[in-house]
Write a new protein. Structure first.
Length: 110
């Protein structure tokens, strides 16, 4: 599956301009084409959690551009102390109103 996905990303990169974003079939994950020098291809993932109705929980997301970053964030997110801290912060906040849903568009199937 990874080789097929890599080949599809290479083809997909030919259609995109720098900083173009493409929704994926993974809820909350968008592909972003990053600027490069020469013929290099460089993508990143923007992770923006969404509610059940598809509205984003925040305006801007978390950018992940390497496997090393992915693993580091995964470790932080799975840390029980970090969870306890965000849970306590969440308890201090009042509920917020939902933001309008983004326009539907073509989706990159993962």
């Amino acid at each position: 599956m990874t080789t097929d996905l890599t080949d599809r990303l290479k083809e997909f990169s030919k259609e995109m301009k720098d900083w173009d974003k493409k929704k994926t079939s993974v809820s909350g994950v968008t592909i972003v084409k990053l600027p490069t020098k020469g013929d290099d291809t460089n993508f990143g993932l923007e992770i923006i959690p969404v509610k059940e109705d598809g509205t984003q929980l925040k305006r801007k997301g978390l950018f992940v551009t390497s496997l090393e970053q992915w693993e580091a964030f995964k470790e932080i997110f799975s840390n029980p102390k970090a969870f306890d801290l965000i849970q306590s912060i969440n308890n201090l906040r009042a509920p917020r109103a939902a933001t309008p849903e983004e326009a539907e568009g073509e989706v990159f199937e993962v």
